[in-house]
Design a protein around this ligand. Structure first.
Ligand code: T46
Length: 140
């Protein structure tokens, strides 16, 4: 499935292999549409815990559940959608100014994130009202 909207863009990743196993390779500006500056992964999140709860001012990321599953709520201040990530050969690109919350983590979940920028706490919008005000200003 290829979906592109203002909340996210589905990315199907080509897996090499057969019934014996699979391999997915991710390469800057080839099958990843930016220069990869940072890779991190999230694991061991309790199923009742909600991660994220923030947006970014300037960051593009690809989220892939390489093990297990989790749900992601995406909110651009005008519309919201919940999607489930559960396949290691597909992911979602998320742009800046999209509020995200990750929840319903399976016990075996490993969420891999590939980012086009280094970690910068100043890039985070952690207050929902601030986020809505920034979206309004960006649209004016
Ligand atoms: C995002 C979602 C999908 C670092 O030191 N370096 C890093 O690169 C990151 C991402 C985090 N950290 C530190 C900051 C906190 O002390 O790791 C701790 C946990 O980070 P945070 O609570 O921001 O993690 P999540 O799971 O709520 O959000 C993360 C990313 O921060 C965020 O950019 O879009 O995953």
């Amino acid at each position: 499935m290829e979906t592109e909207n203002s909340l996210f863009h589905w990315k199907k990743l080509e897996a090499k292999g057969d019934d014996n196993g699979s391999l997915v390779a991710l390469e800057s500006n080839l099958n990843i549409d930016f220069d990869i500056k940072r890779i991190y992964y999230i694991y061991g999140t309790k199923s009742e815990f909600i991660r994220g709860k923030h947006a970014h001012k300037n960051l593009r990321q690809l989220l892939i559940c390489v093990s297990g599953s989790c749900k992601v709520l995406l909110d651009n201040g005008n519309e919201k959608e919940v999607i489930e990530l559960s396949k290691p050969n597909e992911g979602i690109y998320i742009n800046d100014l999209v509020w995200r919350e990750m929840f319903d983590f399976s016990s075996d979940n490993v969420l891999l994130v590939i980012a086009n920028n280094f970690y910068d706490e100043d890039d985070y919008i952690r207050d929902y009202e601030d986020f809505i005000n920034l979206v309004k200003n960006a649209n004016n």
